[in-house]
Design a protein around this ligand. Sequence first.
Ligand code: ZN
Length: 285
Amino acid sequence: MRIFDPHIHMTSRTTDDYERMAAAGVRAVVEPAFWMGQPRTSVASFVDYFDSLIGWEPFRAGQFGVRHHATIALNPKEANDRRCRPVLDLLPRYLDKDAVVAVGEIGYDSMTPEEDEAFAAQLALAVAHDLPALVHTPHRDKARGVERTLAVVAESGIGAGRVVVDHLNEVTVKLVRDTGCWLGFSIYPDTKMTALRMVELLREYGTERMLVNSAADWGRSDPLLTRATGEAMLAAGFGDDDVDRVLWRNPVEFYGQSGRLDVSDVEDPAAVDPQTGNSILRGGS
Ligand SMILES: [Zn+2]
């Protein structure tokens, strides 16, 4: 099973996690920029964070054979802190980098006017930089949050197919399904979605435009829940091809729209040249 986790905050995870993920089949990840758990006191804090997301963290992931890309943004929570707002002016510098495959996470946390402004401004940046957008939806008052999110996305002029609306559940999936946006689901150990509930949604809505992530961070979360979802799909009668579509080809297609996704070295490391017996993609290493 080859797995691409399209939303995971590896900065807050250990090397043990990378080891276990690689062993479970995780070959690529996208790490969205998010908040720190405590308030940032200046814009300089973002500069170091963004630099580590496109420099140190890909290097760390590479030591375990995992390909790492990032999405860059001012996240919704920090959009409410005026000390953080000036980072919006720094984003274009990062959105030009090859390691950055989308603008994100953007969207709503508490649905304040400040969040409105940052959300619209960053969708405009996604359009200007020809990048997809990863949109977080609020954990409280979710249905209203998703409705408002979709209205702002529609108004921005970004193509629906270039947007993933994340952290969906049984209620909000219906709101997004027919908009043409991609649908993101975060599988958590004890809140939000579980692997079994995810399988039910895949049964009902199919595998098209569906993305499954662990959204693992420094909170209670589990980077192996992508794998658990694949196992649950197989146990429920889905085929290997369905699992591959949801856990690999869909995220590759979505982030591939950036024109910057490079998973060639991990896509098929098991492929062996029948002539030489060497690994085709890794030169036999
Ligand atoms: Zn996140």
